[in-house]
Ligand binder design. Structure first.
Ligand SMILES: Nc1nc2c(ncn2[C@@H]2O[C@H](COP(=O)(O)OP(=O)(O)O)[C@@H](O)[C@H]2O)c(=O)[nH]1
Ligand SMILES: [Mg+2]
Length: 373
């Protein structure tokens, strides 16, 4: 029996060498599922050996955390120093950043933590170059800032490295529900027309994961990879933007050629050394994080418009409560909302209510409890 690593390599090779078409769809789908199962096993073993995490637990702070991801020597540390005033070690050789250095960036009242990490090398997902530790930190950030330069332009390789570690860039969880059962075989149903997972492919993939009974509901025309993501279960979906550093070394035509090749990403060209493009990059980071500002309105009084509470798009009343003194969260009864998220001014809502930028909010606490804060 060949080793786990060899089995993985064999399947990777077979997938690479198999032309993907209608006739091979089923076969390739099964191979991908097998590969995912083997990679999960590899993760499990690495975990059991204790290889990972230790010393890499980064205390997150600020309103959001951004991870700088790139090959060694593209200028990640120089960039961190240029935009935050952190002191990250800079060297003209690879692997200079052996630990993760945080810096803090201010953007329209929000504090953004930026993490400078060791450069990713090919094979990082397998644990090369402390890759596993770096990738585990990347999983926890709110935004990835990819950085490449003139000599390290293999952006796809970088993205693949994250993909192999279960990190999905600029995606969202697939609309697929898999429910294992005790008997009855595997049934697949869908609410839309299915093109990628038709002809029993979905059921085959589910079986590769050891599920022989249960239901699969496809609420979108999902691909084999998406179904595998749902079955593997340890995927994270992270937003990302891309910067091209050392653009002081690039000619106009070189920039245009790079731009064309990097589509659909729209890179921001910067030079961390000469500080060109810094404002534009900071803006791109701030925009991508989608901050919203809400204001507290004490009962019967005007809101304090000087002191916004900074949240992110998609945050709910419960996320706001986490930013307030704990007793307010404990005594919370309901909230009154004025603004874009309210159906009418002063609407009463619960913890689940989705907030919008510029909302005014009054927290109503339970009768008998004393107001906190
Ligand atoms: N020409 C040029 N060199 C840069 C720039 N940014 C960084 N460097 C140089 O690239 C080398 C590697 O930088 P470093 O920040 O240590 O890269 P890291 O390994 O990605 O953290 C150093 O010699 C830097 O001075 C830039 O914008 N232009
Ligand atoms: Mg560095």
């Amino acid at each position: 029996m060949s080793s786990l690593e060899e089995q993985i390599a064999e399947i990777e090779e077979e997938i690479r060498s198999t032309q993907y078409n209608k006739a091979t769809q089923l076969h390739v789908g099964r191979l991908r599922a097998k590969l995912a199962v083997l990679r999960l096993e590899r993760e499990k073993r690495a975990h059991a050996k204790g290889g990972g995490g230790l010393g890499y637990a980064v205390r997150k702070s600020g309103h959001a955390t951004v991870g700088l991801v790139g090959y060694p020597s593209v200028g990640k540390s120089t960039l961190l120093n240029a935009i935050t005033g952190a002191e990250s070690e800079i060297g003209a050789y690879d692997f200079t950043t052996l630990s993760i250095i945080p810096g803090m960036l201010r953007y329209q009242g929000a504090s953004i933590q930026i993490l400078d990490m060791p450069g990713l090398v090919p094979g990082a997902a397998k644990g090369r170059g402390r890759g596993r530790e770096v990738l585990s930190v990347v999983r926890s950030v709110e935004l990835i800032l990819f950085l490449i330069d003139k000599d390290h332009t293999d952006f796809k390789g970088l993205v693949d490295e994250l993909e192999n570690a279960g990190i999905r860039i600029n995606g969202r969880p697939p609309k697929i529900v898999v429910t294992p059962a005790d008997r009855g075989g595997v049934t697949v149903s869908s609410t839309v027309r299915i093109t990628h997972l038709a002809d029993g492919i979905a059921a085959q993939i589910v079986r590769e994961f050891g599920i022989h009974n249960g239901s699969v509901i496809l609420r979108e025309d999902a691909t084999a990879d998406q179904l595998i993501d749902v079955l593997a279960g340890n995927r994270v979906y992270v937003r990302a933007i891309l910067g091209v550093n050392k653009s002081d070394l690039l000619t106009r035509p070189e920039m245009e050629a790079l731009k064309a090749r990097l589509k659909p990403f729209v890179p921001v060209f910067v030079s961390a050394r000469s500080r060109q493009g810094m404002a534009e990059l900071v803006n791109a980071v701030g925009k991508a994080l989608e901050f919203i500002r809400v204001y507290l309105k004490p009962p019967g009084r005007e809101a304090d418009l000087e002191e916004p509470i900074i949240l992110r798009r998609g945050d709910r009343v419960e996320d706001l409560l986490r930013r307030l003194p704990t007793d307010l969260g404990v005594q919370f009864k309901s909230a009154l909302v004025w603004g874009r998220s309210a159906r009418f001014p002063g609407q009463t809502v619960g913890r689940e209510h989705l907030l919008a930028d510029e909302d005014l909010i009054t927290i109503v606490i339970q009768r008998g409890s004393r107001p906190g804060g």
